[in-house]
Design a protein around this ligand. Structure first.
Ligand SMILES: [Zn+2]
Length: 358
């Protein structure tokens, strides 16, 4: 077991996905992944599993993630023949070397520069790369043969600068080889990753998004994100600051294109409030969330008004344009809903007004 501790801070999405992917590898190695996540958004690893264990579990996850019915993607015992793999031209040896650089304390960033050597900054973790010959530096377009070449072609808009002067320090090389692991497949072409300025938030939101998608692949992106935020509010005891809420976005990878999707700040604030998330879930009516996502909060009051009228006049709920879209229209469900709606409306209203006054 290595004894060196490495602290990771959130950076650009590709690196963040790599760290979350590596965390999944550690979890599969039997580590308590959630215990490594800090409330300040960082992650610290003090003990690494053995190299071979990391490789085997990474390879298993890669096999599950990248294989298709026609092609099995495994690097185990591969000495070549991986030209067409996602991480092309990698071998068990080359990947193991990158793991070694991550877990070996000798590769820890040195704060002092050797005389005569030039120091570079890693474009991913911001760490200083020193004591290294320029010819040995890994850059986006050379040295690090694949994920970065892939990145250059596949993610042209993922960096502020994708020139060859984007350097990768030794400990980030394997991290970047893990970025494919947490991507969640929505359709045959489309994969998503929820990015945030905190590994803890990313860990849970992506886990919840995966759960949401396991129930239905038909959800729109905004609904996947909304339901993940609600689940987070309900299950994770962590208060999110305005900065975090403003910077949660969904990375949508479709073929060679990368898009970003986010919810308006006001909506994120609403959905991340535990009481509001609980009340929306309790309604058990998808149409209510849809209207909230449209910012149509007055719908809640109109709906309440219609339910009251229905209960007084006994008119047919199916005939009413408001009530007919509900999933549960029996009088017991409507009565239950009429109790939730006023509280939900008041809480949303006060959350929205609070944000406005700030
Ligand atoms: Zn780095």
């Amino acid at each position: 077991m290595g004894e060196i501790g490495i602290r990771f801070y959130p950076s650009n999405w590709l690196y963040n996905a790599g760290v979350i992917g590596f965390l999944k590898v550690l979890e599969r190695c039997g580590e308590n992944a959630e215990a490594l996540l800090n409330n300040d958004g960082s992650m610290i690893i003090r003990h690494f599993p053995e190299l071979s264990q990391i490789f085997d579990n990474w390879d298993e996850l890669t096999l599950e993630k990248l294989s298709s019915a026609k092609k099995k993607v495994s690097y185990k015992n591969k000495k070549g023949g991986t030209q067409k793999y996602y991480y092309a031209n990698q071998t068990e040896k080359s990947i193991s070397e990158r793991i070694q650089k991550l877990i070996n304390k000798d590769c820890k960033d040195k704060k002092t520069m050797m005389k005569g050597n030039i120091s570079f900054m890693c474009s991913f973790c911001g760490g200083k790369i020193s004591n290294i010959k320029i010819s040995k530096l890994s850059t986006l377009s050379q040295g690090f043969s694949n994920v970065l070449l892939t990145a250059e072609k596949t993610f042209p808009n993922s960096y502020w600068n994708n020139r060859a002067d984007v350097f990768i320090c030794p400990k980030c090389e394997f991290i970047l080889l893990c970025h494919h692991i947490p991507l969640i497949r929505v359709t045959k072409e489309r994969e998503i990753f929820i990015n945030a300025p905190s590994f803890k938030i990313m860990w849970y939101l992506n886990k919840f998004a995966e759960k949401v998608l396991s129930k239905s692949k038909q959800y729109e992106l905004r609904k996947i994100l909304a339901l993940s935020l609600m689940e987070f509010a309900q299950k994770v005891s962590m208060t999110l600051g305005a900065w975090s809420m403003m910077n949660i976005d969904m990375i949508v990878k479709q073929g060679t294109k990368i898009d970003y999707f986010s919810l308006p700040y006001e909506l994120s604030c609403i959905l991340l409030q535990k009481e509001i998330a609980n009340l929306i879930s309790e309604t058990n009516e998808p149409f209510i969330l849809e209207n909230i996502l449209k910012g149509n909060f007055s719908y809640l009051l109109n709906l309440l008004h219609r339910i009251m009228r229905y209960s007084v006049t006994g008119s047919n709920a199916l005939d009413d344009e408001y009530l007919s879209v509900l999933k549960n229209r029996d009088s017991f469900s409507l009565k239950r809903l009429s109790k939730i709606l006023p509280e939900l409306y008041v809480k949303i209203n006060s959350a929205v007004n609070k944000e406005v006054t700030i």
